[in-house]
Ligand binder design. Sequence first.
Ligand code: HEC
Ligand code: HEC
Length: 344
Amino acid sequence: MLRAARRPICFSLCILAYLLQLSVAEASDAGPSDSTKQQNLSAWLLPKPSFPSHNPYSKSKVELGKILFFDPRLSHSKYISCVSCHNPALAWADGAERSELAGLYAMPRHTPSLINIAYRKNFFWDGRTASLEHAIDEHLQAIYRDSHELIEEIAEIPGYRARFSDAFGSKPVSLRTISASLATYLRTIVQRNTPFDRWIQGDAAAMSKQAQRGFNLFTGKARCITCHAPPTFSDNKFHQSHLNSIDPGRYEISHHKADRNAFRTPPLRQVSMTAPYMHAGQKPTLRSVIRYYNAGDIHQSSAQMKPALGLNKQELRDIEAFLNALTGDMQPPTTIPILPTRSR
Ligand code: HEC
Ligand code: HEC
């Protein structure tokens, strides 16, 4: 009798213990961790993009910049446009490790997405220019054609002449006005409405519990926030890469030893659409990027990236879920502009 009576007691105690365990686990899964509670979530809110006083916003500049962005006649071959590498359908990147357009232009580095370029403090993987207009200037001359030839070609198209005078008045078609309108267009390509952005604004259901755990890891144990800092997920600084690449990176600009193989921290909004990853597209998936961090510093010594993170499989998946919550629909969707012709 005694034995028979003990069994149900033990059984119910076990169930109770199991239920208690579950509720403890759920509470710690769902609720924000101390690290999250301590941080000011509003620090992650992106302000509206601003336009510099030397190149202020105007609707006509945006329209002209968009047309130039899609126009392959800017290139010497006449079939390469900005869109060939910065494709809106691929989050303004190109899905390639490094672009090699018909063997014509082999780029030494991976094409970065142009989303949220308005918030950048420096441009290119090595941050060699601090102005978006200069970055575009450099690009136009390096991969397009002789700038005189380019300007002549554009100025000969009547539809362009009208649009340049709408945007710049009496200022002529020049490398400067071309770059200014392209830069103004690019500053309008903004993503600040991801599930994560809605979650930090108070919509508790916008991000799954798993992604919320991922955010706690991102800002806590996994230390991603050290470099992928609010509000853009980039500190705009340079950090040594451990991918064993021969690319000197920032060193070529600064000549500081600490900058050897150092690259600018990429921002992460819309990141699930911009594979492959890293400065030469070395990592094919987000999962492989997270595993790389978890394994720790494998090639060189760097105070920041060592030691290995020691995250378990569940934690790796949680961080991946969080990174996926940084991608949302782009609004409004991009339309393809009609290009001006010689007769129109
Ligand atoms: C052949 C491919 C290709 C084409 C065409 C191309 N780009 Fe790029 N773009 C790249 C690559 C690769 C980089 C990174 C280069 C580096 O970091 O050294 C880049 C970088 C940039 C950057 C800096 C991005 C950042 O995050 O710092 C801007 C801005 C940019 N491109 C705008 C343009 C514009 C505007 C056009 C058209 C006039 C254009 N690109 C055409 C491949 C291309
Ligand atoms: C010490 C600074 C630093 C820390 C810490 C850090 N990152 Fe990075 N992250 C970078 C830099 C720099 C790159 C570019 C490296 C390269 O191209 O070689 C990068 C690249 C990435 C990329 C690829 C983005 C792209 O567009 O190519 C992802 C995704 C990423 N990091 C996520 C994370 C996550 C998740 C963590 C935490 C587990 C983390 N990072 C921790 C600096 C850092």
